[in-house]
Write a protein that binds this ligand. Structure first.
Ligand code: XIL
Length: 393
């Protein structure tokens, strides 16, 4: 897959420059871009080619934006609901299901021949407390919590059956603490350690054709990677099907080593017999103390150095970072089967409000005017140069 012949690399590189030029001439127009006349991809979804989905996390209202909606349809072939399929969104009260916003995403995906990923079925955040706790906050008896988990999964997976390609069945179950395997969560307190296996079994029973994922942050790092490998082995030993591990990949420019660590992690997961997906990729450029991506962790203050614009040198560093990540993706064809960015333009990124509220972050591929950043060019090129000619779309 990798291009070792330098003259071929040069040819492909020149073509990818052509791709960038073609994109620029298309500007912000909404129509589906055709490849350039010489067949060079002009959009991320064209550059990804067969065997790799390229996605974005979105909120339904963004799809109705006259500029952003067409950009999403043109560039991506897979969406994840950033919030609107989480347990709290789809079942805010016991027995009351609300699919309105999520169904809007389904409609968009069908119209534009894209795929949809379900995110998520079981998580310690953005889940209604009654699912695993009584009014006083004590864990429910196991049987009761099991009924709630099963009812949620039966109903929600049933609703989206045939509409999603797969589910993040359990999100962030592994502990960040050294020496501790599973995280202390309401679901685990009520159900015990096998809540994870139960969630996977329930989901499989309802929609056997949907892929089943375990999703987490920082699980490329050695400590969490070992625990995740243990979880995958334990599930498989019990006969529980797990198809892929999702690596959120909320990166920071201040940790330039992460792509190298990611490369090792992908190889380790592949050896365990699961596919790997980069599920929430972004590259934070602002200073912060918090590592990982625990949404419950907050920093009260933090500097906001790029309020007006992202300096060119920082944009370049970020582009190089993205290039390194995409290189890893392309080094594992058939193993890494999806890369999803956690948002579209910089204004949509959750990192404007996490871990410090109200900052101006620049973590994604387009700026707030929907102009492609150097990071976009790096990703397009990284996807393109690694495609063999006969795999070009
Ligand atoms: C985030 C969303 O992006 C925010 O809009 C929301 O306020 C909190 O959740 N890990 C996950 C995602 O699995 O669901 C989180 O998304 C980010 C961290």
């Amino acid at each position: 897959m990798r291009i070792s012949d330098p003259s071929r690399y040069r040819r492909t590189f020149l073509k990818s420059l052509g791709a960038t030029a073609a994109w620029l001439t298309l500007g912000r127009l909404g129509h589906a871009a055709e490849p350039t006349p010489d067949g060079t991809p002009a959009t991320l979804r064209q550059a990804a080619g067969p065997g790799l989905l390229v996605g974005a996390g979105v909120m339904s209202r963004q799809l109705d934006d006259p500029q952003l909606g067409p950009l999403v349809a043109r560039e991506f072939n897979c969406l994840t609901a950033e919030n609107e399929m989480k347990p709290l969104s789809v079942q805010p009260e016991k027995g009351r299901f609300d699919y309105g916003p999520a169904d809007r995403i389904v409609e968009f995906v069908e119209k534009h021949e894209m795929k949809l990923v379900g995110h998520n079925l079981c998580w310690h955040q953005q889940s209604p407390p009654w699912m695993y706790q009584d009014d006083a906050g004590n864990p429910l008896p196991r049987e009761q919590a099991l009924v709630n988990l099963r009812a949620h999964i039966d109903t929600v997976v049933g609703h989206f059956k045939g509409k999603v390609i797969g589910w993040d069945v359990v999100n962030e179950a592994i502990s960040d603490k050294g020496g501790e395997y599973l995280r202390d969560t309401p679901a685990r307190r009520a159900l015990g350690d096998d809540y994870i296996a139960k969630a996977f079994e329930f989901a499989r029973a309802v929609d056997p054709d949907a892929q089943l994922y375990y999703n987490d942050y920082s699980n490329e790092n050695p400590d969490k990677r070992q625990k995740t490998l243990r979880l995958i082995r334990e599930l498989k030993d019990k006969g529980v099907r797990i198809d892929a591990v999702g690596l959120q990949c909320h990166f920071q420019t201040k940790y330039p080593d992460a792509p190298r660590i990611l490369n090792e992690a992908v190889a380790a997961y592949a050896a365990e017999g699961v596919k790997v997906m980069l599920t929430e990729l972004d590259v934070d450029v602002l200073p912060r103390a918090t590592g990982g991506a625990e949404v419950g962790t907050r920093e009260r203050t933090g500097s906001n150095p790029y309020k007006d614009r992202l300096p060119a040198d920082v944009a370049r560093i970020q582009a190089g970072y993205y290039a390194n990540v995409i290189r890893v993706v392309r080094q594992h064809p058939g193993v890494v089967t999806r890369v999803t960015f956690w948002g579209t333009h910089d204004g949509t990124s959750w990192l404007n409000d996490w871990p410090v509220r109200g900052r101006t972050n620049h973590a994604l591929l387009w700026d707030r005017d929907l102009k492609p950043k150097p990071a976009y060019g790096a990703v397009l090129k990284g996807l393109t140069v690694s495609l063999e000619p006969n795999r070009r779309p």
